[in-house]
Design a protein around this ligand. Structure first.
Ligand code: ADP
Ligand code: MG
Length: 340
């Protein structure tokens, strides 16, 4: 999980071009100061922007943000054998594993997203993700292969004991993969840490999973662009985010093509094949974990059921691009989006 070989960003935070990499730009008259830095974590480019009273405070906030992301990666990455989730996965079919509060919380949030999206979002999907291995082996599994994996991807079998803080996967071969929600969650936690460190505003962007707080000096929030799913380098819309998170799931980020068919990394838990109803789903919510979990789940649900869900949920908005490239914007967003 969390190890993306993603060369294209799902959402372009345009404000990033306003400050040069690693540089400090002081407003002409007075502070605040805006500082931006980027590092690789969770298999992707993480860029953090801090708005603070002075350059030192901004640098400290950025350090704290990166530190938080590195800490969470050690807990949650299934590419790290010692991580809590790896230990849960290793013990599948054998016994429950005690985990910390954050891992438990993320698994609980994930199950909530699974219920909301009628199983479209599924943290037990890992064995099927591996069978496809979209970014490495690029193999098309047979129907028999996929059928055999069905019992392993049943998220309703994940057992959580909140008293003992344990997670148990009852069947050998089951595993938990938080690749579809973990980056949004990490952005939330990094923003909390930056606020505590004294930043007035900022942005944490783990590739296309972005969380903002406060304002860019002289602006209302932070302007963010939503990428066109079929025209690299073009945006389909812009929006100003104010204390909000945005996350995009797209079929153009990690995929391979065979005989003219695109095989991408978001799987429909019913068929265990790439979900076919959308090209991209962008969700805006107050929390990154919600935006990230829902984008993946709604991508599976498709535009109609997905938009119906968004309209039901308070403080959740979306831009859904269906399989034919038609764009749907949720009611609360229509007056906020700008088209280039
Ligand atoms: P990213 O931002 O990394 O592209 P997404 O939020 O689009 O992530 O989620 C895609 C990742 O989630 C996949 O790489 C895979 O690990 C996992 N995944 C694939 N299908 C599903 C699904 N139906 N539910 C939950 N996670 C999924
Ligand atoms: Mg997601």
């Amino acid at each position: 999980m969390l190890r993306n070989r993603r060369w294209a960003m799902a959402v372009w935070a345009l404000f990033l071009s306003m400050t040069a990499e690693g540089c400090i730009s002081v407003s002409a008259v007075a502070p605040p100061v805006v500082v931006k830095r980027a590092q690789m974590h969770m298999g992707t480019v993480v860029s953090i922007t801090a708005v603070a009273a002075d350059a030192t405070a901004a640098q400290v906030a950025i350090e704290v943000g990166f530190h938080e992301i590195k800490r969470l990666e050690q807990l949650l990455s299934t590419w790290i054998a010692s991580s809590e989730l790896s230990q849960v996965n290793t013990a599948a079919g054998r016994g429950p594993v005690a985990v910390g509060q954050e891992t438990l919380e993320l698994v609980l949030r994930s199950l909530e997203m699974a219920r909301l999206t009628e199983g479209g979002f599924n943290i037990a999907i890992g064995p099927a993700v591996e069978a496809w291995s979209v970014t490495e082996r690029e193999r098309i599994p047979t129907q028999e292969d996929l059928h055999a994996l069905k019992p392993l991807v049943d998220w309703s079998r994940i057992q959580i004991d909140q008293q003992t803080h344990t997670v148990f996967l009852p069947k050998p071969g089951m595993r938990i993969d938080v690749g579809g929600i973990g980056k949004g969650y990490a952005a939330d936690r990094a923003v909390d840490a930056m606020k505590k460190a004294g930043a007035h505003g900022g942005v944490v962007a783990l590739s296309g999973d972005i969380k903002t707080f406060g304002d860019l000096p002289g602006m209302n929030g932070f302007p963010v662009g939503i990428r066109h799913p079929r025209q690299e380098g073009n945006l389909i819309a812009m929006i100003d985010l104010k204390n909000e998170a945005i996350s995009t799931a797209g079929d153009y980020e990690r995929y391979f093509e065979r005989d003219g068919i695109r095989y991408h990394h978001i799987l429909d838990p019913q068929s265990l094949e790439p979900a076919r109803k959308c090209q991209s789903v962008t969700v805006i919510a107050s929390e990154g974990a919600v935006a990230d979990g829902l984008d993946t789940g709604i991508f599976v649900l498709g535009p109609e059921r997905g938009m119906a869900l968004v309209e039901q949920l308070p403080d959740v908005e979306a831009v859904i691009i269906d399989d034919r490239g038609r764009v749907a914007v949720s009611s609360g967003l229509r007056t906020r989006v700008r088209y280039p």
